[in-house]
Design a protein around this ligand. Structure first.
Ligand code: ZN
Length: 251
């Protein structure tokens, strides 16, 4: 089965046509076989996935919470140090690399991610809005100075004000980093093509960003192994693993 999606009307004078050849085998393996003059603004929301881990008898959402940060900062650090050591051996997957390559195809590409693992930057993505922070950074609790831990240990205390450091990630019970969500909203409202990738565990307010893009007139495409609450909003749903589907787009 072939479906032709012509986006010219949505993109004004620019020509962006995608011919999607769907249905390979049992599942819908979408393959985009043609893409011409990909142009203007692309915006990508990449999901973070759920986590049900238990550590030292504490559920993930307890040890990773704002309350635990207040009660026992060393325990929170112990947990995140453990996670970083585990993540150190994880490399970007084909989806990370493909999204990084899209930077060469689109004059403007913004990537907003709920992941905290830093793998998009590791794969080469430059304009990344980290909605939930980055596990490889520490942040001062008072002056918000940040410290990169990817190349070595963090200082014992903030070098600017001497106060205590904490992981620079959004914990349960906390707001998103100042400015990050606003910037993501702004870019979503300006984009013409919006990809929503791997967001099966939809977390608001980030999950509302594709709705902003759609309302502003963007063509919204979802890539996910199964349908999500967002699927009905999308112009196109490409079902499959991001690492398998994304490299086929435009080939
Ligand atoms: Zn400080």
């Amino acid at each position: 089965m072939k479906r032709t999606i012509v986006l010219c009307a949505l993109l004004g004078l620019s020509v962006l046509s995608l011919v999607v050849a769907a249905q390979q085998g049992g599942g819908q393996q979408a393959r985009v076989v043609e893409a011409e003059k990909l142009k203007d603004n692309l915006w990508v929301l990449k999901g973070g996935g759920g986590n049900t881990a238990v550590w030292k008898g504490m559920p993930f959402d307890v040890i990773s919470s704002a309350g635990m940060l207040q009660r026992d900062l060393p325990a929170v650090w112990e947990w995140f140090d453990y996670r970083r050591n585990f993540m150190d051996s994880i490399l970007p997957n084909p989806a990370h690399y493909e999204i990084a390559r899209w930077q060469e195809r689109f004059p403007s590409l913004t990537l907003a991610t709920q992941n905290i693992d830093g793998l998009h930057r590791k794969a080469g993505s430059r304009d990344v809005i980290e909605l939930h922070g980055n596990i490889w950074r520490a942040r001062c609790k008072v002056c918000r100075s940040t410290y990169d831990m990817s190349q070595g240990a963090r200082p014992d205390a903030c070098l600017e004000c001497g106060d205590r450091l904490r992981p620079d990630v959004v914990l349960f019970g906390e707001f998103l980093p100042p400015g990050a969500f606003e910037l993501a909203c702004q870019r979503a409202a300006q984009c013409e093509l919006c990809f929503v990738i791997g967001t099966s565990a939809l977390v608001y307010p980030a999950a509302g960003l594709p709705e902003i893009a759609k309302t502003a007139g963007a063509y919204v495409c979802e890539v996910n192994p199964e349908r999500t609450p967002l699927s009905d909003l999308c112009n196109e749903v490409l079902m499959g693993k991001a690492g398998e589907v994304l490299p086929l787009i435009g080939k």
